[in-house]
Design a protein around this ligand. Structure first.
Ligand code: ATP
Ligand code: MG
Length: 298
């Protein structure tokens, strides 16, 4: 790969659980992504930006080293790859913001046959995981010394193969644990995808573009699930009705032509608006309730 001059680079997972949502975020921020003839690099045709498509494990290093200016990666991977002592070993990438997808939990789990009564039950036991650093820190903080076996994948089969007494693995629905006859015991780390940025400055002249991409992504993330709600409310029920609007700041209240008893209410709801909410609004006297999607927010 020849080094590209005068462009920003964003590291995203090439394929896997975060790949699609990462690309969606980039597109929603207004970047037109075109596949190059090179699978590793996608180009953005309307800005001097490239997407570097790599294994997620490499993303924190690329961003920390300044090979990429931004990256999208799971907090679990970032945490596991962190330098314990950044002053000696080079600065880490820093988290700009959580992105609201890729949510999962690193959990300690064991077969029901293990008589589990807290992390202390794992003293001297073998625990299989792909996250040895996070697990070691967790156990150390609790004064437990265990034998950590590092496995790259299929961690959940370790107890059945008698490779380990317990595991520490990522869980989202818990179906994999259940299918392997394992019981989740402790939450070791809560994770979601995050936007990370490099401690190194971007190439000359690109700082403004970098700031604007970050601001746009923040807008995309905060408008996710947000809705614009419009309704008519009897003046007498205005307080009750505005209190029902989920995650709304100060709503806009406007007069209705020819009516003194009712007003129009417009509000941005930051949280999902469910049917139950609409039913409660109706019951409180609201009429002509409209819930509209928000495309962009800044
Ligand atoms: P790569 O080939 O890029 O190294 P991978 O196999 O390491 O991919 P994936 O399985 O695609 O990684 O998961 C990517 C990230 O998705 C995880 O690091 C984690 O942050 C998140 N994630 C969300 N739910 C889950 C889950 N149930 N199991 C594992 N990871 C999950
Ligand atoms: Mg990986």
């Amino acid at each position: 790969m020849s080094t590209v001059q005068g462009r920003l680079r964003i590291a995203v997972q090439k394929s896997g659980r975060l790949a699609e949502r990462s690309l969606d975020l980039v597109r929603d921020a207004g970047l037109r992504v075109v596949k190059g003839n090179n699978d590793l690099l996608y180009k953005v045709e309307n800005y001097p930006i490239d997407l570097l498509r790599v294994r997620d494990d490499d993303i924190p290093t690329f961003v920390a080293d300044g090979v990429c200016d931004l990256g999208i990666v799971g907090e679990n991977v970032l945490e596991e790859g962190k330098n314990a002592n950044p002053s000696q070993e080079g600065a880490n990438a820093s988290v700009v913001m959580p992105l609201g997808f890729g949510k999962c939990t690193l959990k300690l789990a064991c077969p029901p046959t293990l008589d589990y009564a807290g992390p202390g039950s794992l003293e001297g036991a073998r625990i299989a995981t792909s996250y040895p650093k996070i697990l070691r820190r967790y156990l150390e903080e609790r004064g437990v010394s265990a034998d950590i076996v590092v496995m790259r994948g299929a961690v959940e089969v370790a107890p059945r193969l008698k490779l380990a007494a317990a595991i520490c693995d990522l869980v989202s629905t818990g179906a994999t644990l259940e299918a392997n006859g394992l019981v989740a015991q402790e939450t070791v780390f809560e994770s979601q995808a995050v936007l990370i940025r490099s401690p190194a400055a971007p190439e000359p002249g690109l700082q403004h573009l970098l700031d604007s991409i970050i601001e746009r992504m923040a807008g995309v993330v905060s408008s996710q699930g947000a809705k614009y709600v419009m309704l008519n409310a009897p003046r007498a029920a205005l307080d009750e009705i505005t209190a029902l609007l989920p995650g709304a700041g100060a709503p806009t209240v406007m007069p209705l032509m020819g009516r003194d008893d009712a007003v129009a209410v417009h509000a941005v709801c930051q949280e999902a608006v469910f049917w139950e909410t609409l039913e409660k609004l109706k019951a409180a006297g609201a009429s002509a309730v409209l819930v509209l999607p928000i495309e962009k927010m800044m």
